[in-house]
Design a protein around this ligand. Sequence first.
Ligand code: NAG
Ligand code: NAG
Length: 168
Amino acid sequence: MKFILGLGFIVSLMASTAATKSTATATETTSEKKKPVFVKVETLKPGTHGHNLTVKVVESNPVKATGGGGGRGGRLSVNSRPPARISECLIGDETASILFTARNEQVDLMKPGATVIIRNAKIDMFRGSMRLAVDKWGRVEVAEPADIAVNEQNNLSLVEYELVNVEE
Ligand SMILES: *[C@@H]1O[C@H](CO)[C@@H](O)[C@H](O)[C@H]1NC(C)=O
Ligand SMILES: *[C@@H]1O[C@H](CO)[C@@H](O)[C@H](O)[C@H]1NC(C)=O
């Protein structure tokens, strides 16, 4: 009787050791250094973020800052910072293309013909269609020129989405 009890104790002790071990292994696996995942342009979807991509810049079109848009001009400058420089850049890879809204120093990096690595980019919606952008949590880097034949036929910024309000 005593023996069986003792064995049971040992067995359960072993089981709990095994459980602890497997938990430790699982933690190890998840905290393992993750390799950044790079995605293709065609996989971009509204409302998503955290994308890493390598793309080619096809064209860059500066967008005029505010003013002239029906306003009466002479907009009082509340802060002394110059307006953001914005350029709409068509970027893409062999799967698709999309407009990237480049701001300030990003404008200088997104030169037509440049190959760039975009990290932690997000999808913004502009009049129901997608734009790619990088905020302060992301990064744009000029890369070694790569031979990327941009698929301009599959222009994701031409796809219109119906905006539906979803309660959060
Ligand atoms: C994208 O790259 C950044 C920086 O290298 C990395 O921290 C992040 O985990 C990557 N994102 C994905 C989805 O792999
Ligand atoms: C892609 O779509 C955007 C948004 O409609 C448009 O401004 C741009 O000219 C298009 N580019 C090409 C190459 O079709």
